[in-house]
Write a protein that binds this ligand. Structure first.
Ligand code: ADP
Ligand code: ADP
Length: 229
């Protein structure tokens, strides 16, 4: 369960400017595929198509053999979890932000997800910009801490398919390592598509796809791509 397949997908935001030009790949159940390539190559567009924010101009996208053109966006969001680059927190405690979308989760489950994402020390605090009635100020979270809230949310939701849009470049090296560890923990055993910005963060991927100007120009594991230079 959780097989993702792109079949000769073409896409353009505006007709005269094609962005994806025949992209085909498969993420087998439980495997990790990373998409790398220069900025503007079309990497994030692939994840937008997977959530049906846009429809391919031609070609098809399948999840477990079903064409997603026939699947409601709401249903897609139940099977695909996304850890975005930028997480918007809403007006409640970090714990509730983690619980978002899983209101049936027990406090113990929320705490465990927070612990795995290493954000548990903030669980009962409010994010910045929100003050309690007694005048306590909300907490300013760093980019890495916010991302860990998103990771905890995804751990709790436990979707069969995971999309990670990595933007660890803005974080310091120590945080980056921690985030990477947390992401590795979430993706273990799940079908994972990583939108990566650097080859160094996707060493463990089963397959790395190099996208350039909307075409797959190389594919292989980390070692074989390094050998190519
Ligand atoms: P990457 O993730 O590889 O950096 P994107 O998939 O975000 O690339 O974008 C690919 C190309 O599509 C870029 O040239 C970008 O400017 C363009 N693009 C992205 N979003 C839109 C949009 N909503 N409308 C028009 N062009 C867009
Ligand atoms: P569900 O089908 O589980 O109710 P939603 O469509 O409501 O899922 O949301 C899907 C995902 O999008 C959530 O797991 C969450 O990560 C993110 N999300 C949606 N709305 C918000 C929001 N207001 N604040 C933060 N994250 C949100």
């Amino acid at each position: 369960e959780g097989v993702v397949r792109f079949e000769d997908v073409h896409f353009a935001y505006i007709p005269e400017r094609p962005i994806l030009k025949g992209v085909s790949f498969e993420v087998p159940a439980g495997h990790t595929v990373a998409i790398v390539g220069p900025s503007g190559a079309g990497k994030s567009t692939i994840s937008r198509l997977l959530f049906r924010f846009y429809e391919p101009t031609s070609g098809r996208i399948f999840i477990d053999g079903q064409d997603i053109a026939e699947v409601q966006q709401a249903s897609l969001r139940k099977v695909i979890g996304m850890v975005p680059q930028d997480t918007v927190l809403f007006n409640d405690t970090i714990g509730y932000n983690i619980q978002y979308g899983r209101w049936d989760a027990t406090p113990e489950e929320v705490r465990e997800a927070a612990r795995l994402a290493q954000i548990d020390r903030f669980i009962s605090l409010l994010p910045e910009g929100y003050d309690t009635p007694v005048g306590e100020r909300g907490l300013k979270l760093s980019g890495g801490e916010k991302q860990r809230v998103a990771i905890a949310r995804t751990i709790l939701k436990a979707p069969p398919i995971l999309v990670l849009d990595e933007a660890t470049s803005a974080l310091d090296t120590f945080t980056e390592k921690e985030i990477q560890d947390a992401l590795d923990r979430v993706s273990r055993g799940r079908t994972t598509l990583v939108i990566a910005h650097r080859l160094s963060t996707v060493i463990g991927a089963d397959e790395i796809i190099v996208l350039d100007h909307g075409r797959i120009v190389e594919r292989g594991d980390h070692a074989s791509l390094l050998a190519l230079g």
